[in-house]
Design a protein around this ligand. Structure first.
Ligand SMILES: [Zn+2]
Length: 533
């Protein structure tokens, strides 16, 4: 997702790691009122071949009317029996004895306190949008509301209509494919991306064949006032963006892709196959393509391959941030990535999270705090430096394998490391340790002196960062030596991660006038001082 600066989120977040991967699918039927905010819902939670003692479903501040157990028996067909349950306003607890394919069906109603936003859009028309990240699906649908529990989902959204209702012209958009009144996503997706939107929309199709190949259906859903703008500015290259990701990583993970103007509180929210964008930048005609690249990249990383728990959020946000620049470079040239990495470094250096590592278990119960410069720009830098360390071919091969292996499932940073190490055929423990589990970044003082007799430059490199950040190993730090006439020579040197001081001697046939460190900005580091010894 892309955050917007002014967002204030007041959420009470209860961590509820269930680890119940046997969950198959949700079938959710909702009736949306044409006035007010009270919804009527029925949710079937379908399981597969597993016996449980107790089932706990997250559902916050709704009225639960009935809970049934539904079993499918070869002889008797579908059997629905009411079951006893407890509901404390946050969790429905059901003593369950579930065998074979069976489901729980929960009938409920109420005005969602969050997660499903029923209100007016910028043009004063009534709209309804779900906005679930990180654990807000539970405010309007009973779920195992944690990314570890991915499932397929079907929505059946009915909009109440009255004679004077505007809702006759409403359309509903959701995950997956639509058939009559149903939207179904057959792939397992995280609950934080299970959404629908309802209101009046203009829908346009973007599906040019590129290089003779057909792409997946792509639609742009907007309020009618913004339709022409959206098609011609931010989504002009919606198809090309998908094509670049397919070429670099692998097939688009879902059946289609909808880009939806919405009331999400995030700048953009990567809901699986139905990305929701904040409406304000459309209305003010200041929406860029970067957010489209970022959210589209999330369909592969975040949606198809989901972080198994919140401390691994960089597997989603760091990837989407990096691929914003990578897609931009593929479409418009390398300088897009160079500039984007420079901006990412600047954002990270001035952030308040440099004393914390990227994989930050201290925030596991409070994922909102992980929407920070570690998960986004530093996460992007980890990928950029990994690519620099193992080379383009191993890097993209690794990403493709990682995507294929964990698609429709979840992964941790360790899973990612394992795949990359296998593809690169090298141990990268030192790399992942220092960049994911250590805080900070290297700050280097560099002194140099030319030994004319030996025709060598003698360099002293000192890691000046706080001791709490630890030391960093830099196996290939590029140094550029400039002579007085302007000619330059480059040499790579290795900086030790074992000692604060590294001294190296570099062959150089002339006395340099100037020395530059990491001239192409390949590493996330700062040079705090440089000069002649
Ligand atoms: Zn994102």
């Amino acid at each position: 997702m892309r955050t917007v600066g002014s967002v204030l989120l007041t959420l009470s977040l209860a961590a509820s790691v269930q680890g119940q991967a046997e969950l198959e699918t949700y079938v959710i039927s909702l009736t949306i009122p044409d006035t007010g905010t009270v919804i009527q819902g029925s949710a079937a939670v379908v399981f597969f071949r597993r016996v449980y003692d107790t089932l706990r479903l997250d559902l916050v501040k709704m009225q639960v009317d009935t809970v049934w157990r539904v079993e499918y028996n070869i002889h008797e067909g579908r059997l629905r029996t009411p079951v006893p349950y407890r509901y404390d306003g946050r969790v429905i607890t059901v003593p369950a004895d579930i065998r074979g394919i069976s489901s729980l069906e929960i009938q409920y109603h109420g005005a969602p306190g969050d997660g499903l936003i029923i209100g007016s859009n910028s043009y004063g028309r009534r709209v309804v949008f779900a906005d679930n990240w990180p654990e807000r699906a539970r405010y309007w649908i009973p779920t195992f509301d944690h990314p570890v529990d991915k499932a397929s989902v079907t929505f059946n959204i009915r909009v109440q209509t009255s004679l004077i209702s505007p809702s006759l012209s409403w359309r509903v958009v959701s995950n997956g494919k639509s058939r009559r009144f149903f939207w179904s996503e057959s792939h397992r997706i995280p609950t934080y991306t299970m959404v629908f939107g309802a209101g009046e929309f203009s829908v346009s199709e973007h599906r040019p064949a590129i290089d003779g190949r057909d792409t997946i259906p792509i639609e742009v859903w907007t309020y009618r006032e913004d339709s022409v703008y959206a098609d011609s500015v931010p989504f002009r290259r919606a198809t090309e963006i998908v094509e670049v990701m397919q070429r670099l990583i692998g097939p688009f993970p879902y059946e289609n892709l909808k880009h939806v103007e919405s009331s999400t509180k995030f700048g953009g929210m990567e809901n699986s196959s139905a990305i929701f964008y904040a409406e304000k930048p459309y209305v003010e005609r200041r929406m860029g393509e970067g957010v489209v690249r970022h959210e589209t990249a999330h369909q592969w990383f975040g949606d198809a391959v989901t972080e198994r728990d919140w401390p691994h959020l960089w597997l989603s946000e760091g990837f989407a941030t990096y691929f914003d620049g990578v897609i931009g470079a593929a479409l418009d040239g390398d300088s897009v990535l160079v500039n984007s990495m420079r901006a990412n470094a600047a954002a990270y250096f001035k952030s308040v999270v440099t004393d914390r590592p990227i994989v930050d278990s201290g925030y596991a119960a409070d994922p909102i705090k992980l929407l920070n410069a570690n998960s986004y720009p530093k996460g992007a830098w980890v990928l950029h430096m990994l690519r620099g360390t193992i080379g383009d071919s191993a890097f993209f091969r690794g990403l493709r394998t990682y995507y294929t292996t964990y698609r429709d499932s979840t992964a941790t940073s360790e899973d990612f490391q394992r795949v990359i190490e296998k593809e690169a055929r090298t141990n990268l423990g030192w790399f992942f340790h220092q960049w994911l589990y250590q805080p900070g970044y290297p700050q280097l003082d560099v002194t140099w002196q030319y030994d004319a007799g030996a025709r060598k430059v003698v360099l002293g490199i000192t890691q000046r960062q706080k001791p709490e950040w630890g030391l960093f190993r830099l196996p290939a730090l590029t140094l550029e030596f400039r002579v007085a006439n302007g000619a330059t020579v480059r040499r790579d040197v290795a900086v030790s991660g074992d000692n604060r001081e590294t001294s190296v001697r570099v062959d150089l046939p002339f006395a340099p006038a100037e020395v530059r460190v990491d001239p192409d900005g390949k590493l996330l580091l700062r040079v705090t001082a440089i000069g002649r010894r």
